[in-house]
Design a protein around this ligand. Sequence first.
Ligand code: SAH
Length: 222
Amino acid sequence: MAWTCSGSTSAELIANMAKSGLIHSDRVAAAMKQVDRANYVLNKHHAYEDSPQPIGYEATISAPHMHAHAAENLQAFLKPGSNVLDVGSGSGYLSAVLHHLVGPSGKVVGIDHVPELVDRSVKNLKADGLGEQLASGSIVMIAGDGRQGYAEGAPYDAIHVGAAAPHMPQALVDQLASPGRMFIPVGDSQQAVYQVDKDQDGNVTQQRLFGVMYVPLTDRRQ
Ligand code: SAH
């Protein structure tokens, strides 16, 4: 599935993901079309390959098909005006896609614990035409421990986690709005993506979606 989606241009990559059924909503396709992955990778020659790529500091930009899965999974909670947290924001790529889904009246907070990556993600977002959104605060990129979430900006209609947590982080569940949804990889050697839903009465349920291999959500001091 994954490797067949590669393209030679951004449009081709997204068209291939739509053809294969990975992207099935027009909203997600439109949002992803507005983000050029070449602005977020180190090696632009591989920008439109459907594979994760190193971005320095032991981090990788996730494969486009994982970004597509995440955006599709969360999209019902990504309405114009929605408030979103992107934990392990890395390159900033998904923060940009999320921004295009919630629009200028929404807010996306990206948090990563490597300050150098946060600085680079800001440069990437500016190169991708999102300087104004950073200046106005519709997109905010923060250096910090994402396992604690970002309480100042809570509650969040949607939370995306881009690195695998060893256990379900309660702080993130607590920061979900009612209703709200989180897309999070959990596990050590055996990881799976979980969809955590909080309903309008605050009841929390979780569902295992599929097995994955993400870099771990770690303690910076280790
Ligand atoms: N969504 C990003 C994924 C980057 S890889 C992208 O596609 O570009 C995972 C990221 O999680 C790395 O950038 C890493 O620095 C970050 N990370 C790991 N542990 C973290 C923690 N405790 N708090 C915040 N970020 C963390």
